[in-house]
Design a protein around this ligand. Structure first.
Ligand code: SAH
Length: 408
């Protein structure tokens, strides 16, 4: 964790409440992971929900400062190696650091993730930029506290001058954190919807409608932004974008392909996709269907494509789902491969953290064997660089995106 200014090295005089870890909890922190589970805490007497706490090992040695949750299984999220005396100031400094980190990395777009929780040393906070609209997700008791919310909003206004800042509330998370219910709403300014342009460097930058008060996640899958541009380099012929949502891949493929079809089971998502087609003056066919059924029927009917994108939702939400998830990925990839002509391109993704890159590769390889196809990997990619991967925090690395050439 980076050193920050509002800290002191004299925890003996601290007024912060203390949490004592078991030796297993202390060992976990020493391995570099910032989380400690409730079962690894030996004492947290009288610590209020969302408190900033001193973390002590079983012998009382100071290990650093953390944000405490009284209800989550993740009871402790480390925030600094030193004692933190002014949390709102620290949060403000860290937001500025997150913006500075992205300056040299993010170009050719007006939409990106500005703060990615642990990966920006701001556990429990996500901030996305959609042109002149900012969208916040506050995921923990500590980030929800009024002085912290105030510091977040003030810093974003001062640094970015947005037209609107929105709070996107996930009721399930507020419930888990035992926070009072809140609705998604404007926190500042008067603008909640806008038009974004991803990948302006492509021959024609692709534009998307964005409405902060609707849609999944924060409204667009920003983590795929660089993969859209990479996919456009290889796509050709007849293309099928499966799990297309608002058409992120399909719209980027359209200028390179003779025909593009997008498939999703969500009608509201396809309605936005259709508006995006008009916005970009493209022609794309959108089909509302269950992707598993559609691929099975199309493969059985002998349909052929030159480019297929598979970008399903996370099949493995927990480690227990791993086996089922892998068989889901295998089935999708097998059917897609059967439909790909020689020289075709398969772009296949997994956003399940519990499915490792090695498991995913093995699953696609096994699907290729069963489909009697030889694949060569063009690129093995992950999330865009505005979603940093923090070493020692494997949860920050979740997206896999393989681009392969079907040789014969
Ligand atoms: N490729 C998209 C993101 C896909 S997110 C992009 O780049 O923006 C996953 C999508 O899968 C969601 O839009 C969801 O509606 C859709 N989905 C989930 N289950 C499905 C199913 N069984 N068949 C078709 N679509 C499904």
């Amino acid at each position: 964790m980076p050193k920050s200014s509002p800290t002191s090295k004299t925890p003996e005089k601290s007024t912060l409440p203390a949490v004592t870890l078991s030796s297993r909890g202390a060992a976990r922190l020493k391995s570099g992971h910032p989380w400690v589970y409730r079962s690894d805490i030996s004492a947290a007497d009288g610590v209020p929900p969302g408190a900033t706490v001193r973390v002590l090992d079983p012998r009382g040695k100071f290990l650093g400062t953390a944000l405490y949750s009284s209800s989550s299984q993740i009871a402790i999220r480390m925030i600094a190696r030193e004692e933190v005396t002014d949390l709102p100031q620290l949060i403000s400094d860290r937001i500025r650091a997150a913006l500075a980190y992205r300056k040299p990395l993010v170009a050719h777009t007006d939409a990106c993730r500005l703060v990615f929780s642990e990966a920006d040393f701001l556990a429990g906070l996500i901030v996305d930029r959609y042109n002149d609209v900012l969208s916040l997700q506050i995921l923990t008791q500590a980030m929800d506290a009024e002085p912290v919310r105030g510091a977040i909003i003030e810093t974003l206004i001062a640094e970015l001058h947005p037209a609107g800042i929105l709070d996107r509330v996930d009721p399930r998370i507020r419930d888990l954190e035992q926070l009072p219910p809140r609705d998604s709403a404007l926190l500042w300014g008067n603008k909640s919807s806008t038009v974004i342009t991803m990948n302006t460097h492509l021959e024609s930058g692709v534009r998307f409608h964005y409405d902060a008060l609707e849609g999944q996640k924060t409204g667009a899958f920003l983590d795929q932004r660089e993969n859209y541009a990479a996919a456009a380099r290889y796509a050709h012929g007849d293309a099928l974008d499966v799990f297309c949502y608002h058409g992120g891949f399909a719209l980027h493929l359209a200028p390179r392909c003779s025909a593009v079809t997008g498939v999703d089971s969500s009608r509201p998502a396809l309605e936005v996709a259709d508006k995006n087609t008009a916005l970009n003056q493209r022609e794309i066919e959108w089909i509302e269907a269950n992707a598993f059924d559609l691929l099975r029927d199309y493969a059985a009917a002998g349909k052929k494509y030159d480019t297929v994108v598979l970008d399903p939702p996370a099949f493995a939400k927990t480690r227990r789902d791993l086996h089922k998830a892998l068989s889901g990925y295998k089935e999708l990839n097998l059917r897609a491969l059967k439909m790909l002509r020689p020289g075709g391109i398969l772009i296949t993704c997994s956003c399940s953290f519990h499915v490792s890159a090695a498991d995913f590769l093995q699953t696609v390889a096994s699907a290729a064997l069963d489909a009697h196809k030889s694949l060569r990997i063009l690129e093995s990619r992950g999330a865009a660089q505005d979603h940093p991967i923090l070493l020692n925090v494997p949860e920050t690395s979740y997206l896999k995106c393989l681009m392969s050439h079907v040789s014969h």
